[in-house]
Design a protein around this ligand. Structure first.
Ligand SMILES: [Zn+2]
Length: 321
């Protein structure tokens, strides 16, 4: 007794999961993408909390069509490549159009495809079944009958002869203007023409920083229980040797709540959303490490640039000879 009903409800559950998962790339990845630890993808685990990504996932699912764009200027190691993969796969499955995922160099692309993307496909049954289509070296995977084109900005003449409605640029500031233009030209005959750009910044008012300035200029704020409001952490005032594992209220000796953050956009009605994120939001970098790294600069301009671009996610002015 009840078998037929159980069968029916199991089928219904799968359908419900898929329709819920289709809402955005986070719900999609959380429902079907298995991680090396055996759990599905999550940005809300206590040990590796990346809740700052959630608004980006929601935004990426509601971009205007055609021509939507989302821009993220970031410090290193903030989980954005995972974000880019999830958005690209979700887009192919749900929007049913081809995508382009672009990295700066051919070695970076090879490592990305073999060590990361192929693992994502192989380790999740739902995705593996979707990806039974064509593959070609490191330049093409086919899932749900849509091509995922994989290219490096370094080989400009290979960014041709294919269509991609979604273009994901991973480390935009290491790509030439010519290869970026070639990538956008792949969108001409497509429906959505969406752009997802993320990068550590390089120079002030160039590349990702210029894109950031043209958007909503979001910053990630953390709740201060003592001030009773959300405040944006600031370097160096939010790093304090006496509280090496905490992010401090920039004006007072208050510890901010890293588990309670939200985005504040300076220009909410800008033509597209842009986000700036630094290591204060990182699940793996402590304020103490940021201070250690700052001490190690020791007047070296190259280390100074790396600290600002990669640790603080801030652009720098050109070094004078
Ligand atoms: Zn405070």
């Amino acid at each position: 007794m009840g078998n037929e009903k159980d069968f029916f409800s199991a089928k219904q559950t799968i359908e419900d999961t898929h329709s819920f998962a289709g809402k955005n790339a986070y719900q999609w990845a959380h429902a079907c993408r298995y991680m090396p630890d055996g759990f599905t993808y999550s940005i809300f685990t206590e040990s590796r909390r990346m809740a700052y990504l959630y608004e980006m996932y929601v935004e990426a699912a509601s971009l205007r069509s055609p021509g939507g764009k989302i821009v993220i200027m970031k410090s290193a190691q903030m989980g954005l490549s995972e974000f880019g993969i999830n958005v690209a796969l979700w887009f192919m499955d749900m929007e049913e159009e081809p995508a382009l995922y672009m990295l700066p160099t051919e070695p970076q692309l090879g490592a990305f495809v073999e060590a990361r993307l192929d693992h994502v496909i192989a380790s999740s049954q739902y995705i593996r079944q979707g990806f039974s289509g064509e593959t070609d070296g490191v330049s093409l995977r086919t899932g749900w009958d849509q091509n995922l084109n994989l290219r490096s900005a370094g080989l400009v003449d290979r960014i041709s002869d294919f269509s991609a409605s979604l273009v994901v640029m991973d480390e935009r500031d290491q790509m030439s203007t010519e290869s970026v233009a070639m990538a956008y030209a792949r969108q001409d005959a497509t429906r959505n023409k969406w752009k997802v750009l993320f990068s550590s910044p390089s120079l002030v008012e160039c590349g990702i920083h210029l894109e950031y300035l043209g958007g909503s200029r979001g910053k990630f704020a953390l709740f201060c229980p003592e001030c009773g409001e959300y405040v944006v952490p600031e370097w160096p005032d939010s790093a304090n040797r006496n509280h090496p594992n905490s992010v401090m209220c920039p004006s007072y000796d208050h510890e901010l709540d890293k588990m309670n953050g939200k985005w504040i956009h300076a220009v909410p009605n800008a033509p597209y959303k842009s986000y700036s994120i630094d290591s204060f939001a990182s699940p793996t970098v402590s304020a103490g490490e940021m201070l250690d790294r700052d001490d190690a600069i020791d007047g070296d301009p190259v280390r100074m640039k790396a600290f600002f671009n990669l640790m603080l996610g801030q652009p720098t002015v050109e070094l004078k000879e």
